[in-house]
Ligand binder design. Sequence first.
Ligand code: ADP
Ligand code: ZN
Length: 729
Amino acid sequence: MINHFAEDDLVAVLTTQPLDRTLDYRAPEGGCALGAFVQVPLGPRQVLGVVWGPGRGDFDLAKIRPVTRVLNVAPMRDEMRDFLTRAGAYTLTPLPAMLRLATRAPGLTDPPSMRVVLRLGDGEPARMTEARTRVLDALAESGDAAVTMRELCEAAGTSSSVVKGLIKAGAVREETAPRDQPFARLDAARAGKPLTADQTAAAAALGRGIEAGAYGTTLLRGVTGSGKTEVYLEAVAACLAKGRQALVLLPEIALTAGFLTRVEARFGARPAEWHHGVTMTERRRIWKMVGQGGAELVVGARSALFLPFRDLGLIVVDEEHDSSYKQEEGVHYNARDMAVLRASLTGAQVVLASATPSLESWANAEAGKYQRLDLESRFGGAVLPQMHAIDMRHEALEAGRWISPTLRNAVNDRLQKGEQALLFLNRRGYAPVTICRACGEKIGCEQCDAAMVEHRFLKRLVCHQCGESRPMPEICPSCQAEGRLAPVGPGVERLTEEAAEVFPEARIATLSSDLFGTARALKERIEAIADGGADLIIGTQLVAKGHNFPLLTLVGVIDADLGLQGADLRAAERSFQLMRQVSGRAGRADRPGTALMQTHQPDHPVIRAILGGKEEEFWQAEADSRRSIGMPPFGRLAGLVLSGPEASLPMRIGADLARNDAALRAIGAQVFGPAPAPIARVRGRHRVRLLVKAPKGAPIQEAIARWLGPLTLPKDVRLSVDIDPQSFL
Ligand code: ADP
Ligand code: ZN
């Protein structure tokens, strides 16, 4: 394969524009590399693209225009082109959309932006003061790193006038330097915490993979608090020591803050942080530095997987079972699976860490495709909480109340001992449904087929589908009756209200993602609570994800049956994971914990598996049941959603597709539907679902591509295809 094109050579350029092919251009003066990021004319505009290969030569040669400019960033590597191509083929996504994922940093086409930085000069100031000494010391300490005026003043604790005096005297000199600077080096040689025998063995096994420098995936399973993070940080250290880059994916932005502090303590500097809360300029800096090796470790959300790493040696997917790794909009991809794909192309190691792995990963380990490492005990001898059911059929509870007498006694007991308790309810807002007691009307969203959820702190009704909100009405929108609207069912806000009555002395903290404006505010609140700033925590699934509450000894699950409702393929698995994770919050450090689950069906197999703590048995049973019906991971699924302003047209198109299914039948696949989606209308669009089910190993993507090939959609109908769907709504 040619990897450099001379001036005037024909090159094929893939742009981020929605075209179904590459376009030919002439290489600019000085030529360009294969993979070069370029700016090219397209009609009247200039667009971003990548030199994808030699020109196709199927376009009028006289009309071919030259590449405008080669961008001053590292060319896309072969393996990245390969990754985008394969990830696109897997998810049935056109390449331009894949390229957009890989260039999600603003200003890439801007000329490099410069700024003034300060360095030590040769001059001697006539007079030294304490402040001047501090400035010169701070500069000396910063070494090669470029320091701005603001940073220098901050480091030296002086005003800018002191620095300006030194510039005048020649002791400090000004220089222009590119704004995008490398990240501080991480010190991989620093010793981590001394590991336990279990942890040492796991770290050594991961170390061998890193040492081999080849692809491999490991499932690192261990209960919450067993030290999985400690162990994979050892793998990060080994990877950095080899001079390769590492990526740690986390499911929740709120978790990154605590993790960054931990990395800093371990390696002496902060890593690059990538998620949608990071500023635009910082994103551009990370994107560029990752490509030229100026960022060794990136900690981020799923989209960090598409950064142009120069030499990626390790990808950690923490809480690998978390459903937020699946992107459900635009390009439907699962970052966990794409991490494995990317690693296999770059000879990198993948670590999938979880206390409660996905059935997919569990089965892959079982089949020998992944190495499996288990950390059996919690660090420091802390034990997993005891778990018990509270049988709600035998509890005396008034209507509109959710805390059973048994649970109340248990909480009171903790409060008296000065310990913390947590009440878990995975429902944001005050009440999931609001009805009118006069006419029976249930208040729904005008745009969606969903109930409006009362958020009493905000005094608004909010649609959890589209985010639309309006002030809480005084009168029924349907019958105009006044003061007859009533909440039905509990949300965390309503539970907080009840708890305040039942436990009047307790300091209560409610944790729900919608109650915090920023990730920082949330982090600070969580830290304050962990330090003992509250007695009773009331939370949604936000609290289930990896936060440490060392004083917590009781977890009460308000409705353990909640996740078991609905026909979701993964209902059992999700419920199991969530309950295990939530109860894992209790009894860290030296205090044993208890988890109490309020349930109406204590004999349900999933509830029994959770209580019994027999995880292998649960997975085995779940695997058997999925295998028997050919469901993932023992069969393959693809979900299709057709949507339009009217329900009839998507339905008709869906029915046509279902009738003409020869391409699917050819690989032994079946199609189900069309049927109105469980949420039949979102943002004013009617949604119709089809489900394709194929045997494991069948080429489902190719078959679907052939099946959909002849389809042309009317202008206002949209189709989205979701390979390996997680959501069936
Ligand atoms: P996990 O990721 O499995 O939930 P962590 O790595 O976060 O577990 O460990 C839980 C807690 O125990 C953390 O506060 C961690 O610092 C501490 N810890 C784990 N292993 C060790 C060790 N070998 N030495 C000291 N502290 C440890
Ligand atoms: Zn809505």
